[in-house]
Design a protein around this ligand. Structure first.
Ligand code: ASP
Length: 303
């Protein structure tokens, strides 16, 4: 009897300086477990990493606990502008969307852009028109306002972007990330989450990675691509690559945030410079694990 190759998946609900052990953290842990259970079902049945990361990210977008989709945070003008991206590590195809204000699941739109256009990213009105032409579910600003009200707190660090990375039984990798961006961001601001190579990246030769934190820091260091190249070109293992990349984030720009990754052999690593990184994973088809902190932590200087 031959055994089927195993699968791995990791998801996150954002980095920050969240207060630990609050009732919110318990809800998040419960939610992460639920999403991982669904991710496992797909991967266990031979589903692709790509379908799995999109599905899991969509579930997280629909949960008002997170800063993505329904629970997205408003910009300084009180409007909700969402962003997301997805990348297929087998083909290096990618899709991304930014500055959309009426799409229920931005990650679905990113996937559609990847699959059905010759482009990687659409923004604003063009993205909305493409979504409407493809009959993707729309959502009003009132919908996002309602989600936001459900989790609004005075603690600006409590909100978390979402993401998922997976390696399927075929050995293919994929990554997806979705966010409402920073609380009180300027209208039109683009963060790292929809930028391939900054907040999201996947290459079967290296790893799949999804980042969260102060987006400008990840953009300035091309962090997601850096982590991947450490594995694909320098032969680092998952943990060494995660450690080196988070050290770079801190030493170069005193960056704030973290990331999850799954490498080409299904090893998972989590790293952060922030106090918390809400995450969960299944490595090589094993138990569901969750954590409120990254396993590798390099503290940044207080600012
Ligand atoms: N990285 C996101 C952004 O800067 C925010 C976050 O991850 O919390 O838009």
């Amino acid at each position: 009897m031959t055994t089927q190759p195993s699968y791995s998946i990791a998801i996150h609900g954002g980095a920050g300086n969240h207060r630990q052990q609050s009732s919110r953290e318990a809800l998040i842990e419960y939610s992460l477990r639920g999403v991982l259970t669904q991710g496992r079902a797909l991967l266990d049945a031979g589903g692709t990493a790509l379908d799995t990361v999109v599905h899991c990210t969509r579930l997280l977008e629909d949960d008002p606990l997170y800063n993505a989709g329904y629970g997205a945070v408003p910009n300084c003008a009180g409007r909700f502008e969402l962003e997301a991206s997805v990348m297929d590590g087998r083909t290096l195809k990618a899709g991304a969307v930014t500055n959309v204000d009426n799409i229920r699941n931005p990650v679905e739109l990113a996937r559609r852009i990847m699959d059905q256009t010759a482009h990687v990213m659409l923004a604003g009105r063009g993205a909305a028109e493409f979504a409407a032409a493809n009959r993707l579910a729309s959502a009003s600003q009132t919908y996002f306002q309602e989600g936001w009200r459900k989790h609004a707190t005075t603690d600006k660090d409590a909100y978390g972007t979402v993401g998922a990375v997976a390696r399927d039984r075929h050995g293919d990798l994929a990554a997806a990330t979705s966010t409402g961006g920073q609380v009180d961001k300027l209208p039109g601001r683009v963060g790292d989450s929809p930028l391939i190579g900054a907040g999201n990246y996947a290459d079967n030769d290296g790893c799949a990675v999804s980042c969260t934190g102060w987006g400008e820091d990840f953009m300035r260091t091309a962090l997601a691509a850096q982590v991947c190249f450490l594995i694909s070109r320098q032969n680092f293992d998952a943990h060494a690559a995660a450690r080196a990349a988070i050290e770079t984030l801190v030493s170069k720009v005193n960056g704030n945030g973290g990331f999850i990754l799954v490498d080409r052999i299904g090893k998972i690593a989590t790293a952060a410079s922030s106090a918390s990184l809400r995450c969960g994973w299944i490595e090589h088809g094993g138990e569901i694990k969750t954590a409120l902190q990254a396993s590798i932590r390099i503290a940044r200087a207080a600012s």
